[in-house]
Structures are given as structure tokens and as C-alpha cells.
Design a protein around this ligand. Structure first.
Ligand SMILES: CC(C)(COP(=O)(O)OP(=O)(O)OC[C@H]1O[C@@H](n2cnc3c(N)ncnc32)[C@H](O)[C@@H]1OP(=O)(O)O)[C@@H](O)C(=O)NCCC(=O)NCCS
Length: 194
């Protein structure tokens, strides 16, 4: 459940999603993404963007860890069941070869992740979450392109009709990204006492 003052936004996906020149593409998680996934799932700087409910422990070098490699290996394997069975899909945002060389990527051009989750088979809705991992790679249009591609995939391949997202009030980048993509506020949740 969203915490107090978080905003829920929603977007009804049109039959035709507009196309535009792409710097990036989306692909499913692969075994070779394990180290990249481990790196960013366990980076405390990105935990503020989504509470996945996982407890924080410590690795042998005492750095904080939310997911072990074994858990993430299982997560990657579960992706093979597909979105409808798994009720969740994580896609890797990868930069096309030859795009801006100043962008920091790992081998394979990974720059982030986009997730569809909380699948509702009755309403044909799901939630969306996105992360451009390295802050130096933000404001290059990758988030906008990844969101457009994910919405197109959600409509055409997964049969979804509506996508929701939850945005913290202190995240203007996310609010601007989703608003520009056509998302509109659903309702404001504010349980604070007067
Ligand atoms: C939110 C996030 C995914 C945006 O990705 P991005 O690749 O930097 O965004 P883009 O460059 O595609 O920007 C698209 C639009 O979003 C808005 N936007 C993006 N970053 C912004 C910022 N820091 N401030 C204000 N608006 C911003 C702008 O309207 C921008 O369009 P413009 O560049 O033409 O003005 C990225 O900042 C991020 O990963 N943040 C941390 C994780 C997060 O907050 N995820 C969202 C929770 S679901």
C-alpha cells in the first residue's frame, strides 16, 4: 500500500502507441544479468524509490544487502514462467550499440530496469516501476523511451488496458516522466491527522 501522501497515477493505454526514434531497447532478464541485478538491487541509494518489503541484512564485508545472489538467481529463473503466470515482468533497458559513448553502461549496454507487476487479470491492469540505475545516465530520454516501449508491450503482447504507478511527492522526475507520458492522478492518499 502506498505510504501517506504518495500519489497514485493511472494511464489507459491507447490501441495505438506512438512510435519514435529509439536509443534503447527492452529485453527479458538473462542469467548474465545476475551481477548487474545484485549490484543495483542492493544499492541503498535506490531503495528510496520502491519498498519491496525485503529485509536488509549484511554481506560478509558488512555492506547492506536486500537480496542474495541465490534469491536473484531464482528471480531470474521465475521470469521464464511469463508475465501472466508470474504476475510480474522485469525488462532490462539496454542502449543500442553506437549510441552516445559518454553513457556509462556495462557490457551489453544495460542502463536500467522497467517492471510490470501486480497483474490484475480481471481489470487487466498492472503497476509499473522504472529505474535508470546510474544517475549520470538520467535526463537522456532513456526513461521516456523505456516507458513508451513497456506500455506498447503491455498493450499488444500482454493484453493490459490500464497501468498504474505510485509516485512519492519528493520525486519530481518521476512525476514529470509519467505525466508527460499521459498518466493522470487517480486519488491522493493522505492519512495524516490534522
Ligand atoms: C524517473 C526516471 C526513471 C526518469 O528517467 P530519465 O531517463 O532520467 O528520464 P528522461 O530523460 O527520459 O526524461 C523524460 C521526461 O521526464 C521528465 N524528467 C526526467 N527527469 C527529470 C528531472 N530530474 N526533473 C524534472 N523532470 C524530469 C522530463 O519531463 C523529461 O522530459 P524532457 O527531458 O523533455 O524535459 C529516473 O530519474 C530514475 O531512474 N529515477 C530514480 C528511480 C525512480 O524515481 N523511478 C520512478 C519510480 S516508479
Amino acid at each position: 500500500m502506498p505510504s501517506p501522501a504518495e500519489m497514485r497515477f493511472r494511464f489507459t493505454i491507447p490501441d495505438e502507441c506512438k512510435e519514435f526514434a529509439l536509443q534503447i531497447y527492452l529485453r527479458p532478464l538473462e542469467d548474465s544479468d545476475l551481477d548487474y541485478l545484485y549490484r543495483w538491487e542492493n544499492d541503498p541509494a535506490v531503495w528510496q524509490y520502491g519498498d519491496c518489503g525485503a529485509e536488509v541484512s549484511h554481506s560478509t564485508d558488512m555492506s547492506p544487502v536486500r537480496f542474495s545472489k541465490e534469491e536473484l538467481r531464482q528471480f531470474i529463473e521465475n521470469q521464464q514462467q511469463g508475465f501472466h503466470a508470474n504476475e510480474q515482468l522485469r525488462l532490462v533497458i539496454c542502449r543500442h550499440e553506437g549510441a552516445d559513448e559518454s553513457v556509462s553502461t556495462t557490457r551489453g549496454g544495460r542502463v536500467g530496469f522497467i517492471d510490470l507487476f501486480d497483474f490484475d487479470p480481471v481489470g487487466l491492469t498492472a503497476g509499473v516501476g522504472i529505474l535508470i540505475c546510474d544517475p549520470a545516465n538520467r535526463r537522456r530520454g532513456y526513461g521516456r523511451e523505456a516507458l513508451a516501449l513497456a506500455l506498447d508491450h503491455a498493450r499488444r503482447e500482454l493484453g493490459l488496458k490500464e497501468i498504474n504507478c505510485t509516485i512519492a511527492p519528493d520525486n519530481p522526475a518521476s512525476k514529470a516522466l509519467f505525466t508527460a507520458a499521459g498518466f493522470r492522478a487517480k486519488k491522493t492518499l493522505d492519512f495524516r491527522q490534522e
